[in-house]
Design a protein around this ligand. Structure first.
Ligand code: GGG
Length: 323
């Protein structure tokens, strides 16, 4: 699902790179995003939802929602997360050559993706506006299980639970205590208040291993953390449930450069690699893509024709490094 704006340019590159390491890959292209809404009346048409369910995995580019309320419109990202129960948002942040401000960052943020303030339950009488924030035991249990799955898959040993239970003892207390109870004893578990975690994210990001947190805290912390991986333009992510995963670059549709061939496709490429790494159990193929990305980053490319130049450089590197 290339979606809107530069999604149309970066997703074909990511698919080409996936194909280079996994020639048997079968793909089908489906509409999603604002353009899909204008054409079909839904940002994620029903056929797109059933196709993702049938495939089990998706790759989404970007969405460009209007800055005003449109009757019947809901962001494609939020729609997919809810309709497909993609309750975990995985955001790895690792130092990359030439673009990272420091060389020793290697963390995975596991963000709860379905509850918290993102249930969008708001009311206002014009004087007072209220947003409800929902934390459930079952939602906290399943995100904890996902954090354990991620730690086991990647041989990680330390989990930091990020919360604000000193101010929100009922909601964040439930989250923290429920997550803690789910973590097997061979892992080291610590916890941080979100404000302290934010300070540490700025001052000592290399000290983080795996983090698990609620929806809004995870949204904010993971964007801040992306700075250490070269910025939002290079950040990959995976929306993941029990049966389905949708990878997507964190960046948006970038209407200012859309159609100019200047978009950097590396976040989309790294997101595609997350399907191999996390979902399809092919860390060997994911590593080949990650190494190709690192090698392409070692020689910065000009903005003009960046998308095509990056694709050629990646495919050439993958071809040369074929085992
Ligand atoms: N790939 C992530 C993306 O497209 N982000 C842009 C975004 O979140 N836009 C707001 C929205 O439409 O929900």
């Amino acid at each position: 699902m290339p979606g809107d704006g530069i999604g149309q340019e970066v997703i074909p590159v990511a698919v080409a790179v996936l194909r280079a390491v996994l020639p048997e890959l079968e793909t089908v292209e489906m509409p999603a995003g604002w353009e899909a809404f204008e054409k079909y009346g839904a940002s994620v048409p029903a056929e797109t939802v059933t196709t993702i369910q049938a495939c089990g995995a998706g790759l989404f580019g970007a969405v460009q929602s209007p800055a005003y309320k449109v009757a019947g419109y809901r962001s494609a990202i939020l729609t997919m997360r809810q309709e497909l129960e993609l309750y975990a948002n995985i955001r790895p942040v690792i130092s990359l050559p030439n673009v990272s401000p420091r060389a020793d960052v290697d963390m995975i943020i596991v963000r709860e993706n379905s509850e918290g303030l993102y249930i969008s339950d708001e009311e206002s009488d014009g004087e007072t506006a209220i947003a409800r924030r929902r934390i459930t035991k079952s939602g906290s249990q399943r995100i904890a299980r996902k954090a354990v799955e991620v730690m086991e898959k990647f041989g990680r040993s330390r989990l930091t639970i990020v919360h604000k239970a000193n101010v929100l003892p009922l909601t964040d207390g439930l989250f923290r205590d429920t997550v803690r109870a789910q973590i097997p004893s061979h892992f080291t578990v610590d916890e941080l208040l979100v404000d302290v975690a934010a300070l540490k994210m700025v001052g000592a990001p290399q000290t983080f291993d795996t983090l698990v947190t609620t929806n809004l805290f995870g949204d904010i912390l993971s964007d801040a953390a992306a700075h250490w991986g070269g910025g939002l333009g290079l950040a990959p992510s995976l929306n993941w449930g029990d049966a389905i995963a949708v990878a997507e670059p964190v960046h948006g549709s970038a209407p200012d450069i859309a159609g100019k061939g200047e978009a950097n496709p590396l976040a989309a490429v790294l997101s595609a690699a997350m399907l191999l790494d996390y979902v399809w159990d092919r860390p060997d193929l994911a590593a080949r893509i990650q190494q190709a990305v690192a090698s392409v980053l070692a020689t910065p490319l000009p903005a003009k024709n960046r998308t095509a130049l990056t694709q050629s450089a990646l495919l050439q590197t993958l071809g040369e490094n074929h085992p």
